[in-house]
Design a protein around this ligand. Structure first.
Ligand SMILES: Nc1ncnc2c1ncn2[C@@H]1O[C@H](COP(=O)(O)OP(=O)(O)OP(=O)(O)O)[C@@H](O)[C@H]1O
Length: 245
């Protein structure tokens, strides 16, 4: 394959990519070795919205953990915003994670005793945002996701969809380069899931770079393209023509 073909298949040249994986292998040794990722190359161009689908055990979580700077490759490289994740010492990798990545989970992962605003404020505590600015920023983001009237509610006082909105506001708070969403609608009914996907589409239109794992085809179809993983390899990158639509 020529490099131009390879770039086209991967979605971008490395220079334009916020995240880039080059021939990434991750092998687990429990009895027989398992290549959870088996030579994966993928680029996330700035402003792209990519869905990842694949059967159970195909490597989706391993891929998310790689891009999320929770894991490093045994072979190949993962680059986030120009930094080689595997070459960074643990502390720097954790800082890169906090500064450049925003996480959204199926289970929301909010602290139940803190208010919505406090949950959103939390990631800023580890960054250099001065105290006075934090509450204001949390209010702005919660208003942005439609929860301006729920700032002081705790998660148990919110619906599932509202909780996920809080989690999305929290993920945005440090202005990350990439939003990583793991089954973001997996705990929501179809209608609520669809309103959350509307919000993802708005964030995409604002130019944010999003990577989302999902089992559901109709959820994946909100993205520009679907990466199909099978046995730790990219079987196909399905272009949904999002950019030209
Ligand atoms: N910590 C680990 N130790 C050993 N093997 C692992 C570990 N994590 C993942 N694996 C193996 O790596 C492969 C890929 O797992 P991964 O969790 O990435 O798949 P997945 O696509 O996210 O699956 P699911 O949809 O079920 O969550 C599987 O065969 C799994 O058993």
């Amino acid at each position: 394959m020529t490099s131009t073909q390879s770039q086209r298949q991967n979605g971008a040249s490395p220079e334009e990519a916020v995240v880039s994986l080059e021939s990434v292998r991750r092998t687990y040794y429990l009895g027989e070795p398992v290549d959870a990722l088996d030579g994966v190359s993928l680029s996330l161009p700035e402003g792209s919205f990519t869905a990842v689908m694949g059967p159970s055990g195909s490597g989706k979580s391993t891929l998310m953990n790689m891009i999320g700077c929770l894991d490093t490759p045994d072979e190949g490289t993962v680059t986030v915003n120009g930094q080689d994740v595997g070459a960074l010492p643990d502390g720097k990798r954790a800082r890169l994670r906090g500064a450049e990545l925003g996480f959204i989970f199926q289970q929301f992962n909010l602290l139940p005793r803190l208010t919505a605003a406090e949950n959103v404020t939390l990631p800023m505590v580890f960054q250099t945002v001065v105290d006075e600015g934090r509450r204001e920023r949390a209010e702005t983001l919660l208003t942005r996701v439609g929860l301006g009237d729920r700032l002081d509610h705790t998660p148990p006082e919110l619906s599932g969809g509202q909780r996920q909105r809080v989690a999305i506001a929290r993920a945005l708070v440090n202005e990350p380069s990439v939003l990583l969403a793991d089954e973001p609608t997996g705990n929501l009914d179809t209608e609520t899931g669809s309103t959350i996907m509307d919000l993802f589409e708005e964030l995409h239109e604002e130019g944010r770079t999003i990577l989302m794992v999902t089992h559901e085809r109709h959820i994946a179809e909100h993205a520009d393209r679907i990466v199909h993983l099978v046995d730790g390899q990219i079987e196909e990158i399905e272009d949904l023509g999002g950019d030209s639509a």
